[in-house]
Ligand binder design. Structure first.
Ligand code: SF4
Length: 269
């Protein structure tokens, strides 16, 4: 008798031949996501890099190792979390994903979140943060703070690759570990307070602006049926005059020298 896969894995297999955007032409494989269907927390990055494209799993390079260090600091094991990206195929040369690629792939992410219905969503870097929170605010002003969207707790963090690149991002990145621990492992409803790095930006419903509906809502449309391209393009716009300069998220020539030998070994492999 054939094994009954969780629905999220069945969907991943259906997406393996996806041709909905130009990234299909140069990928090695679709990097769907990794983790149990029962995960209470979902990490969302930007796009697969070279190692992920080759290996078929998200966050398996040096950035993934740094993410593992954060998880350990938050008393979470990787086998308890689900990890994916906003686009499932590697952009050539690890360039930023384009708006039309994000739009084309968005329904996959929406469906993943519908099926997982996690307690916490951690957005890694500005692209996933802008997409989920529908904001163009700089990631530096959002990182380490908790927001509420459509019943989900959302914790934006720097992308681990950006942390490897920039020493100044390491302390605030790891400073979020106790908060992540409390969000994921804490019992009952967490009391969110303004200040101390914890704040609520907006409690309003988000599905109208592109945020994935919660479980029980009507199923998502097919990936080809995204309709709010314009609002999404605005949400991921690079032209926010108040935002800090764009931060490198994937294509990084060398890590800063403040990381463990293990991370450096992985980086240099
Ligand atoms: S829509 Fe997503 S899965 Fe499909 S080709 Fe584009 S990036 Fe890959």
């Amino acid at each position: 008798m054939s094994e009954q896969l969780p629905e999220i894995e069945q969907l991943g297999r259906q997406a393996a031949d996806c041709q909905l955007c130009d990234l299909a032409a140069k990928r090695t494989q679709v990097v769907w996501g990794d983790g149990p269907a029962t995960a209470r927390v979902v990490f969302i990055g930007e796009a697969p890099g070279r190692k992920e494209d080759e290996g078929g799993r998200p966050f398996i390079g040096a950035a993934g190792h740094l993410l593992d260090e954060l998880l350990a600091a938050a008393h979470i094991t990787r086998s308890d979390v689900y990890i994916t990206n906003i686009v499932k195929c590697r952009p050539p040369g690890n360039r930023d994903p384009l708006d039309d690629e994000i739009v084309a792939c968005r329904s996959y992410l929406n469906r993943q979140l519908q099926l997982l219905h996690p307690r916490v969503i951690v957005t890694l870097g500005r692209f996933s943060t802008h997409l989920i929170l529908q904001t163009t605010a700089g990631i530096s002003s959002l990182q380490g703070r908790v927001f509420e969207r459509h019943g989900y707790k959302v914790l934006p963090l720097y992308h681990p690759a950006a942390v490897i690149y920039d020493l100044l991002k390491k302390e605030p990145f790891f400073a979020a570990a106790p908060l992540l621990d409390q969000l994921v492992n804490g019992e009952g409803e967490m009391e969110l307070r303004e200040g101390s790095g914890v704040g609520i930006l907006n409690r309003g419903p988000g599905s109208a602006s592109g945020f994935p509906p919660a479980a029980g809502d009507p199923p998502a449309s097919s990936p080809a049926q995204n309709s709010d391209t314009r609002s999404l393009a605005q949400a991921v716009g690079r032209a926010d005059p108040g935002a800090p300069p764009a931060e490198p998220e994937q294509e990084i020539s060398a890590p800063a020298e403040h990381f463990t030998q293990e991370t450096l070994d992985i980086w240099n492999a």
